[in-house]
Design a binder for this molecule. Structure first.
Ligand SMILES: [Zn+2]
Length: 307
């Protein structure tokens, strides 16, 4: 007996074979050609002679109708060996982001529970994430289920399942986190080192702060673009008696580069001996000498300083 944690358990009393799941080679993706609740009703109708283990709504609801020890009636000859997921939508649709996540959760769970490999398969003798059409006539000849656009999305489902299973980094630099069962914003915040309030803001989540397993959260804001270096303002902006914003920019950039020791006060807009000494030290550190290390910034120094 197996019911997937995090899936809404809404068992049906007809249209399945009790204890009929002989093995689990993988998970088969279907398209409902109908609505989530319409499909739910249909599976409860004895006349349907159809069912699936799982179903998703376009909004990402995940429901389980048939225990995975039992055989759902979704893909004819494939029923004894494969689990099934029906997805709300019509022929030609693509799965929504939320559906991709929900399918990934089913696949990750089947991986954990039955050792289903996290890969796409196009063959009934393979294992992994398959689709109805791959079974051909032996699987009822449903060659348009779930449709080529969804078949093209299967690799993305596998990628997300790997993230959930912990087999893959969330993303370079780990700027996202995929919610697992039992997570709360504050437990995720503790894991990724970000205050939960910031997670809520980043992801536009408001009270009561509901999150669902499989949901992908941003954990960092996109990096700010590098500020453009200011243009070299000209030699005449620097020297005794000069007072302008470029003197301040120069001093602040020198402090940022590690030349703060020259400033007892400032930096500020009025040119000072501290500015001159700091500039000279910076110029010498570039290997410059003589008039190239005169304590007044030139265009090349300016460029390097703000690079
Ligand atoms: Zn199908």
């Amino acid at each position: 007996m197996a019911r997937m944690p995090g899936a809404e358990w809404r068992p049906i009393s007809v249209n399945y074979t009790d204890g009929g799941q002989a093995e689990v080679r993988g998970v088969v993706v279907h398209i409902m050609a109908g609505t989530f609740e319409g499909t739910d009703s249909w599976f409860r109708n004895r006349a349907a002679k159809a069912s699936s283990h799982f179903g998703t709504s376009k909004t990402g609801r995940l429901r389980q109708w048939v225990d995975t020890a039992d055989r759902a009636w979704a893909q004819a000859g494939g029923n004894p060996s494969w689990l099934s997921v029906e997805n709300e939508g019509k022929g030609g649709d693509t799965l929504t982001e939320a559906q991709l996540d929900a399918n990934a959760r089913v696949l990750a769970w089947a991986n954990e529970k039955y050792g289903v490999p996290l890969q796409v398969t196009h063959s009934t003798s393979g294992r992994g994430l398959g689709y109805h059409a791959m079974g051909g006539s032996a699987w009822g000849g449903h060659t348009s289920c779930p449709g080529p656009r969804i078949v093209a999305q299967l690799a993305e489902i596998v990628r997300r399942a790997k993230v959930i299973a912990g087999d893959a980094p969330a993303e370079t630099g780990a700027t996202i986190y995929t919610v697992r069962d039992g997570d709360t914003l504050s437990s995720i915040g503790a894991k990724v080192g970000v205050p939960w309030q910031k997670l809520a803001t980043l992801n536009k989540i408001t009270a009561p702060y509901t999150i669902r397993p499989g949901q992908v959260l941003k954990t960092k804001a996109a990096p700010a673009p590098m500020p453009k270096p200011p243009a070299y303002p000209g030699r005449d902006k620097f020297g005794p008696g000069k007072r302008n914003k470029y003197v301040t920019q120069l001093g602040e950039a020198l402090v940022a580069k590690g030349y703060g020791r020259f400033y007892d006060v400032g930096p500020g807009p009025s040119w000072s001996d501290a500015d001159r000494d700091a500039v000279r030290a910076y110029q010498r550190a570039q290997g410059w000498a003589g008039s190239d290390a005169d304590g007044y910034p030139g265009p090349e120094m300016w460029r390097r300083l703000f690079a």
